[in-house]
Design a protein. Structure first.
Length: 239
């Protein structure tokens, strides 16, 4: 005689099915939540990248202005020590315009841009242009990321205590020296000081600097041969 099928099995399966649905829905919610957290992290990283780029751009702009100020000081015989050794400019500078452009190109807007301590340093705070977006977590749609970065301009040079040695030039021969004397006599006693006995203008002294262990020679008489500002000043993010 065949035993009738148990009536409890369909009932158990029917009760387990909603549990499966709930478990799957819970796992799906967790996956979407983790996805939202990851997207928020990516937005935060993007904002930090924009802040770093904007701060570095501000510091590099200031470094370029230091180079311009140094060149102007050499040409006008003005004080240049504070520019090269301390990284200080007496004139007002604008570095936030370039910081704004770099932040925008990296998907962010500048909330604040100001000099920082110790000078010359610049701090830039940004906010991402886009939010996290729609997600299963309420309130994240319009949530934007913020970030802050500080960049420092560090002078690299100090006065060089041991400037590079100059090789002695070969002395003129005695015969050439005699001809030179005859020439001076033939000019009626005039010397090389110029007409009327006036001395030629003194040439500005050559500067010898030690820039991070590298000998740098600066000749004010040849401003076109000045070293690059990257040799005089370093730009880096603050720790």
């Amino acid at each position: 005689m065949r035993r009738a099928p148990s009536a409890r099995r369909p009932t158990d399966a029917g009760q387990a099915f909603p549990l499966y649905i709930t478990a799957v829905a819970g796992l799906l919610f967790l996956a979407l939540a983790f996805f939202t957290v990851g997207r928020a992290g990516a937005t935060k990283n993007g904002a930090q990248t924009a802040a770093d780029a904007a701060a570095l751009a501000a510091a590099q702009s200031y470094r370029d202005q230091l180079g311009t100020g140094f060149l102007h000081a050499l040409r006008t015989d003005a004080a240049w020590q504070g520019i090269v050794f301390d990284g200080k400019l007496t004139a007002a500078v604008d570095v936030c315009g370039v910081a704004l452009r770099f932040a925008k190109s990296n998907g962010a807007s500048v909330r604040d841009c100001a000099p920082a301590h110790p000078p010359p340093s610049f701090t830039v705070a940004v906010e991402s242009l886009k939010g996290v977006g729609k997600s299963v977590i309420p309130g994240t749609e319009g949530k934007k990321a913020t970030a802050t970065a500080t960049a420092v301009v560090t002078p690299l040079c100090v006065p060089d205590a041991s400037p590079p040695k100059q090789e002695p030039k070969p002395s003129p021969s005695k015969e050439k020296g005699d001809k030179g004397d005859e020439g001076s006599k033939g000019d009626g006693g005039r010397n090389d000081e110029g007409k009327g006995g006036e001395k030629p203008p003194e040439r500005p002294a050559v500067l010898f600097l030690d820039c991070d262990g590298k000998h740098v020679t600066i000749d004010p008489g040849h401003p076109d041969r000045l070293p690059d500002t990257a040799e005089l000043f370093a730009v880096h993010l603050a720790d």
